[in-house]
Write a protein that binds this ligand. Structure first.
Ligand code: AMP
Length: 249
């Protein structure tokens, strides 16, 4: 079984994002970019499935500009067998990403799609669900454990206040949550080897998918600055301030 791992190139999670000058996004010029952390977890899980003998090949795919090749090289340094860049300079929304991934699925025929539950740049948490619906495949979202046996995947999901376990028939879409695993680091020899692994480029425009956005970001704003707190001496003083200054009681 092939496992397809869609990965997104996003602002590195260690960087504090800044609102772009036009107020309609996050500044990406001159900012360190890397693989979306949830996608690293999804990739790690795919690699473990291959190591356990459940998968024959792990294929990473990203939709983005030519520079997004860097995250694909990272996927191959971690252990992906090959990678596909769906090249476009259009900032694709989840519906378009799902349509492009569907075209890749039709070509590659994977038995499993292992992807992140959400991209940390726009926090959409939509692409996996849309892709499963478009393919008519079962979906296991927010996975914290995955077991494969006899053409089925058993997925433990993180839900409010506990877990839920689902049995899915394969092929299926599974989206990774934070506690699924701890991704491996790419070793220097593997980084070197990854340079020779196959990286195919397909033009997004050649896949017969309309890339026109249906969503417009109207405004992106930073959270309001918190004012400094004060230390009160007594409970009476606290109550007094809550009444007269904060006016919340
Ligand atoms: P989102 O719905 O945007 O929060 O993204 C959920 C997941 O969809 C991500 O964790 C990725 O696995 C996948 N994804 C989103 N955008 C892209 C992209 N441009 N290229 C490849 N995969 C993507």
């Amino acid at each position: 079984m092939k496992v397809l791992v869609p990965v997104k190139r996003v602002v590195d999670y260690n960087i504090k994002p800044r609102v772009a000058a036009d107020g309609r996004g996050v500044e990406t010029q001159g900012v360190k970019m890397s693989m979306n952390p949830f996608d690293e977890i999804a990739l790690e899980e795919a690699l473990r499935l291959r190591e356990k003998g459940h998968a024959s090949e792990v294929i990473a795919v990203t939709i983005g500009p030519q520079v997004a090749q860097d995250v694909l090289r990272t996927t191959m340094a971690m252990g992906a067998d090959r990678a596909i860049l769906i090249s476009t300079d259009v900032d694709c929304e989840p519906r378009v990403v799902a349509n492009l991934l569907k075209a890749v699925v039709e070509k590659e025929q994977p038995g499993l799609i292992s992807m992140g539950k959400q991209a940390i740049d726009d926090d959409m948490n939509a692409t996996g669900q849309m892709l499963a619906a478009k393919l008519g495949w079962p979906q296991g979202t927010f996975a914290s454990q995955i077991d494969i046996a006899d053409g089925h995947a058993t997925v433990t999901r993180e839900v409010d206040g506990g877990t839920e376990t689902l049995a899915l028939t394969l092929p299926a879409v599974i989206t990774a949550d934070l506690r699924l695993n701890e991704p491996r680091y790419a070793s220097l020899p593997n980084i070197m080897k990854a340079r020779k692994k196959p990286l195919e480029t397909l033009e997004a425009a050649s896949l017969g998918v309309d890339l026109t956005p249906h969503l417009t970001v109207v405004k992106v704003a930073e959270p309001p600055q918190r004012t400094a707190g004060i230390i009160v001496e007594t409970v009476d003083e606290l109550v007094q301030k809550l009444k007269t200054e904060a006016k919340v009681i």
